[in-house]
Design a protein around this ligand. Structure first.
Ligand code: PEP
Ligand code: MG
Length: 915
C-alpha cells in the first residue's frame, strides 16, 4: 500500500514509512518507532504526523494542510484493520494514545493524551474485552481527566495550584473513607466520570465529545498547541532549541499492561546506565501502566535474575523472599524475557549505542513502545564507549565523541553519594568541582586551627584574597558570596583541586556573629555544610560522598584521545605536588607557574614584605637575597617533577599591595619583625594604594620599576636548572614575562634576564637551555604581536586578563552584573568561563597570525582559565595553538576536548571533499 498523505508516516503491522534518520520530521519518538517497525519488532501500529504540519498549523491560523483530515481518517482505518478493532465500536473498540515528539527530548514539557476513543458506548466494549469492569472505568476516568487537563486546558498554570480533577478524587476518597485510588470501586469510578464531565461542562461550557474522531482532532490540536506553552518556550530558551523545529504528533494504538497478572510494563537499558556494565538492566511492574513505574509507588522488580539477586542483597532481602515476593521478569515471564533480550541486543547493534527501552506485556505478548539512546553517568559513558569500541560496535573516534569532556572531571573528585538526600539552601557558580563537607569557618586562621585539631572545614568568605591561601590549603572546600569564575577563590581552588562554590549572591555572611544564612536557613560557625562544586550547590548538613577512582578503561579512553589530538596539554601548577598530580593526569609540561603563590608561604611572607617595604635598591636586594634560595628550591622541585618537560615560570605579576597586611595589628607585628615603625609601614601601604590595581603597577611594570625583583627570580630559575644539570636531571625552564604590551618592555627585561643567566653560567662553569617568552594578555600585545614576536621565543595567551581588558569588565567585580547579562541574554555565556570566539578569539587570531609572521618557530599556548574549558579548547585548536594549559584536574577534560576538536576538523574536511 502506498503513502496515504505526504506528511503522515505509518508504522507497525509490517509497515514502516519513516526511519530513525527522520527525527527532524518525526520527532525522536516517532522516528524510532518507525525504525523498530522497520526491524519487524512488535510495535503497536500507529502513525506520525510530521513537524512540518506543526509549522503549517502555526503559519496558517491553526489550520491543517490540504488532505490531512482525510489522511488521518484513512490512517486510523489502517490501524483498525491491522488490529481488527474499530474506533467507536461498542464491542471491540480501538483506543489510541496521542503524543508529542520533538527532534530532541523535552521531558515533560509537552502534552500527551492516553486511552483516547473511550466514550459512554466504547467503555462497555472495553469492559467486555478486558473482562474487567474496574479496569475499563478506571481507564475512562483517566481519559476524562487527561482530556480535561490537556485538551480543554483545565490544568492549572501554576504547578502549586491543585488540579481540579484531583480535588474531586480526593473528595471521593474522603467520603468513601479510603486512602488509595485503587480502593475506589466501579461505582465510585463511574461517579467520578460523571463528576469530571459536570466540572468540564461548567468550566468550558461543553462536554467531552462522544465521537472518537472529534476527540482525536481536538487532541492533535492540543499537542500542536503545547509546542508553544510557557513551559516548552522556557525549556527551549534554556536549551537553545529553535522555535521553528516544531513537534510531531504520534497517534498509536494502546496496549495495556494492566489487564491482569499476565500483563506488565517496564523500562530496560541494554547496559547499566550507572556503571556501564554490559547486560540488560531495568525494572518492571506486573499488572501496571507506564505511569505506575515512573510514579514509584510500587516497588519495581528487576528484569534479570542476576540484577534481582544484587538488588535483594543491597536491600537486605534473602533469596527465598526475593524469589517469592519480587520475582524477576526472567522468572515471571521467561519467554517474554528471552524475546526482550534478543530485541535489546538487536536494537543496540542497530543503533550502535546503549538503548533505553519502554515495553508493555499485554496477555503475555511483548510490545515495544519506545527506544532511545540511554542517558548515563560519566562512569558509564566512558566504560560503554570503550567497551563498544572494543566490541567493534563503534570505532575509536566515535567512542571519543560519545563522552562530554566535562564528564571526565567526575573521575577525579569525590561525588555526592547518589543514594543520599540533600537539602540545597543556595546555589552559586560551579567554580571548582568535587563534593565535600566540613565545619563552617569564617577565616583562614580559624580554618588552620580547626584543621590542625583534625577536623574537616569549609572556608566561607565574602571573597578570598591571597592572604587566605593558608586557610584554603587546609580547607576541604571554599564558599564565597561574591566573585565569578576567574575570581581568586575560583582560580586558586581549581589549581589546588579543591571544591569551590563562588558568587552565591543569596548568601549573607556575618563574620561578627559567625553565621551564614541563605533563603531562610541559618548555619553557625562549627556546624556542617556540604558543597557540590560541580553543581554549584550549597547543602545543609553532612551529605556523604563517594571517593573518586581512575579505572583502567578511563586510562585506555584517554590514551585513544592522545593518539588523535594535535594540541599539547599542559598544566597550570605552582608547587612540586601540583606538578606531580599534573603528570599523573597526563600533563606534557607546565604552561603556567605563578611564582607569587609561593610568596604567601608563612615562612616567606615576611621576607617578601621586607622587600616591598624597602626604600632603596640596596635594601630590596638584601630582602631578595633571603627569598632567592627559597625560590630556587621551589624551581628545583617543580623542574625535577617534570623530568625535562617544559616548565613555564612567570615572573612576579600582582601589584605589590596584595602582599601587605590590611589589618593594623598585623602591620604592627610586621613593623616589630623588620625593625621599623607602624607609622612608616602605614605610609608605605598608603603609597602602594591604587585606584585600579588590575590596570596598575603590576606585571612587567614591576620589573621595569624594580629590576632587582625579576633579576632575583631569573637567577633562582637559572641556578635551579644548573643544580639539576649537576644532578643529571633534565630541566627545561621557560621564563615568562607577564602583561607585556610593548616590545621595548620585553627588550629591556629580556636583556636583564640574559645578563643574569650569563653571570650564573660563568659562576657555575656550565650552561643550561632556557627560553624567554611572554604572556599575551593586553589587547595591544595582540595588535603588535609581530613586533613582540621578533624577540619573544613563545607566547602564552593570558585569556583571563585578555577577556577582562577586551570587554572592559573587571574580573573581580563581574559577579555584580554578569548574572544579569546572562539571565537577560545580553551574553550567551560567561566570557570568563568560555572564550568569546568573536571578540577575544579575533584578537587571538590577529596575535597568532602576526606573531608567527615574524617568528615561524614561535610556540603559542594559552594559560588562562579557558585552557580547561572544552569549547575554548576546541577554539584553540581551530586557531592553531600549539598547546593549552589548565589546572591539573582539568587535564583529562582538555585531552578529550582536544581530541574531539581534531576529529571534528578532520570530519569537516572530509565532508568538504565529498561535496
Ligand atoms: C591570565 O590573565 O589569563 C593569566 C593566566 O594570568 P592571571 O590569571 O594570573 O592574571
Ligand atoms: Mg593575567
Amino acid at each position: 500500500m502506498g503513502r496515504i498523505h505526504p506528511e503522515i508516516y505509518f508504522f507497525g503491522a509490517g509497515v514502516a514509512e519513516g526511519r530513525a534518520e527522520m527525527r527532524n520530521l518525526l520527532g525522536g519518538k516517532g522516528a524510532n518507532l518507525a525504525e523498530m517497525a522497520r526491524l519487524k519488532l512488535p510495535v503497536p501500529p500507529g502513525f506520525t504526523i510530521s513537524t512540518k504540519v506543526c509549522n503549517y498549523f502555526y503559519d496558517h491560523g491553526h489550520k491543517y494542510p490540504k488532505g490531512l483530515t482525510e489522511g488521518v481518517a484513512k490512517s486510523v482505518a489502517r490501524v483498525e484493520k491491522a488490529l481488527g478493532r474499530k474506533f467507536g465500536d461498542a464491542k471491540n473498540p480501538l483506543l489510541v494514545s496521542v503524543r508529542s515528539g520533538a527532534r530532541v527530548s523535552m521531558p515533560g514539557m509537552m502534552d500527551t493524551v492516553l486511552n483516547l476513543g473511550l466514550t459512554d458506548e466504547t467503555v462497555k466494549g472495553l469492559e467486555q474485552i478486558s473482562g474487567n469492569p474496574r479496569f475499563a472505568w478506571d481507564s475512562y476516568r483517566r481519559f476524562c481527566q487527561m482530556f480535561g487537563d490537556v485538551v480543554l486546558k483545565l490544568k492549572p498554570e501554576n504547578k502549586n495550584d491543585p488540579d481540579p480533577f484531583e480535588e474531586i478524587i480526593d473528595h471521593k476518597k474522603a467520603t468513601r473513607g479510603v486512602k488509595n485510588d485503587t480502593d475506589l470501586n466501579v461505582d465510585d469510578l463511574q461517579e467520578l466520570v460523571g463528576e469530571f464531565r459536570a466540572l468540564i461542562r461548567s468550566r468550558v461550557g461543553r462536554d467531552i465529545p462522544q465521537d472518537p474522531r472529534e476527540q482525536l482532532w481536538m487532541a492533535i490540536g492540543a499537542v500542536f498547541d503545547s509546542w508553544h506553552n510557557d513551559r516548552a518556550i522556557t525549556y527551549r530558551k534554556i536549551n537553545n532549541i529553535p522555535g521553528d523545529w516544531g513537534t510531531a504528533v504520534t497517534v498509536q494504538s494502546m496496549v495495556f499492561g494492566n489487564l491482569g497478572d499476565d500483563c506488565a510494563t517496564g523500562v530496560a537499558f541494554t547496559r547499566d546506565p550507572g556503571t556501564g556494565e554490559k547486560g540488560i538492566y531495568g525494572e518492571y511492574l506486573p499488572n501496571a501502566q507506564g505511569e505506575d513505574v515512573v510514579a514509584g509507588i510500587r516497588t519495581g522488580r528487576q528484569i534479570s535474575v542476576k540484577a534481582g539477586r544484587e538488588w535483594a542483597k543491597r536491600a537486605g532481602i534473602d533469596e527465598a523472599e526475593r524469589a517469592a515476593q519480587f520475582p524477576t521478569l526472567e522468572e515471571s515471564f521467561p519467554d517474554v524475557y528471552k524475546q526482550l533480550l534478543q530485541i535489546s541486543t538487536r536494537l543496540e547493534k542497530h543503533f550502535r549505542d546503549t538503548q533505553d527501552m519502554e515495553f508493555t506485556i499485554e496477555r503475555n505478548r511483548l510490545f515495544m513502545l519506545q527506544t532511545r539512546n540511554g542517558k548515563r553517568t560519566a562512569q558509564a559513558a566512558v566504560r560503554i564507549a570503550v567497551d563498544m569500541a572494543d566490541e567493534k560496535l563503534i570505532d575509536r573516534k566515535t567512542a571519543l565523541k560519545r563522552v562530554e569532556p566535562e564528564q571526565l572531571e567526575q573521575f577525579l573528585h569525590p561525588r555526592l553519594d547518589p543514594s543520599s538526600k540533600k537539602h540545597v539552601i543556595a546555589r552559586g557558580l560551579p567554580a571548582s568541582p568535587g563534593a565535600v563537607n566540613g565545619e563552617v569557618v569564617f577565616s583562614a586562621d580559624e580554618a588552620v586551627a580547626v584543621a590542625e585539631a583534625g577536623r574537616k572545614v569549609i572556608l566561607v568568605r565574602l571573597e578570598t584574597s591571597p592572604e587566605d591561601i593558608h586557610g584554603m590549603q587546609v580547607a576541604e572546600g571554599i564558599l564565597t558570596a561574591r566573585g565569578g569564575m576567574t575570581s581568586h577563590a575560583a582560580v586558586v581552588a581549581r589549581g589546588m583541586g579543591k571544591s569551590c562554590v563562588a558568587g552565591v549572591s543569596a548568601l549573607e555572611i556575618d563574620y561578627g556573629a559567625g553565621t551564614l544564612s541563605a533563603n531562610g536557613a541559618v548555619i553557625r560557625r562549627g556546624e556542617y555544610i556540604t558543597l557540590d562544586g560541580s553543581a554549584g550547590e550549597v547543602i545543609e548538613g553532612r551529605v556523604p560522598t563517594v571517593e573518586p577512582e581512575m579505572p583502567a578503561y578511563f586510562k585506555k579512553f584517554l590514551s585513544w584521545a592522545d593518539a588523535v589530538r594535535k594540541l599539547g596539554v599542559r598544566a597550570n601548577a605552582d608547587t612540586p605536588d601540583d606538578a606531580k598530580i599534573a603528570r599523573d593526569f597526563g600533563a606534557e609540561g607546565i604552561g603556567l607557574c605563578r611564582t607569587e603563590h609561593m610568596f604567601f608561604d608563612p615562612q616567606r611572607i615576611s621576607a617578601v614584605r621586607e622587600m616591598i617595604m624597602a626604600e632603596n635598591a640596596q635594601q630590596r636586594g638584601r630582602a631578595l637575597a633571603k627569598i632567592l634560595p627559597m625560590q630556587r628550591e621551589d624551581f628545583v622541585g617543580i623542574l625535577k617533577a617534570m623530568q625535562g618537560l617544559p616548565v613555564t615560570i612567570r615572573l612576579l605579576d600582582p601589584p605589590l599591595h596584595e602582599f601587605i597586611p590590611h589589618e593594623d595589628n598585623e602591620l604592627r607585628d610586621l613593623a616589630a619583625k623588620i625593625g621599623t615603625t607602624l607609622e612608616h609601614l602605614k605610609q608605605v601601604r598608603a603609597s602602594l594604594f591604587e585606584v585600579n590595581p588590575m590596570l596598575g603597577h603590576r606585571g612587567s611594570r614591576l620589573g621595569i620599576s624594580f629590576p632587582e625583583i625579576y633579576q632575583a627570580q631569573a637567577r633562582a630559575i637559572i641556578e635551579a636548572a644548573c643544580e639539576l644539570r649537576r644532578q643529571g636531571v633534565k630541566a627545561m625552564p621557560e621564563i615568562m614575562l607577564p602583561l607585556i604590551g610593548e616590545r621595548r618592555e620585553f627588550d629591556i627585561l629580556a636583556a636583564q634576564i640574559r645578563e643574569v643567566a650569563d653571570a650564573v653560567f660563568k659562576e657555575r662553569g656550565m650552561k643550561v637551555a632556557y627560553t624567554i617568552g611572554t604572556m599575551i594578555e593586553v589587547p595591544r600585545a595582540c595588535v603588535v604581536a609581530d613586533q613582540i614576536g621578533e624577540v619573544a621565543e613563545f607566547f602564552s595567551f593570558g585569556t583571563n586578563d585578555l577577556t577582562q581588558m577586551t570587554y572592559g569588565i573587571s574580573r573581580d567585580d563581574s559577579g555584580k552584573f554578569l548574572p544579569d547579562y546572562i539571565r537577560t541574554g545580553v551574553y550567551q555565556k560567561d566570557p570568563f568561563a568560555e572564550l568569546d570566539p568573536v571578540g577575544v578569539g579575533e584578537l587571538m587570531r590577529i596575535g597568532i597570525e602576526r606573531g608567527r609572521k615574524s617568528n615561524k618557530k614561535l610556540k603559542i599556548g594559552i594559560c588562562g582559565e579557558h585552557g580547561g574549558d572544552p569549547a575554548s579548547v576546541k577554539l584553540c585548536h581551530r586557531l592553531g595553538l600549539d598547546y593549552v594549559s589548565c589546572s591539573p584536574y582539568r587535564i583529562p577534560v582538555a585531552r578529550l576536548a582536544a581530541a574531539q576538536a581534531a576529529i571534528e576538523a578532520s570530519q569537516k574536511k572530509a565532508a568538504f571533499k565529498d561535496v
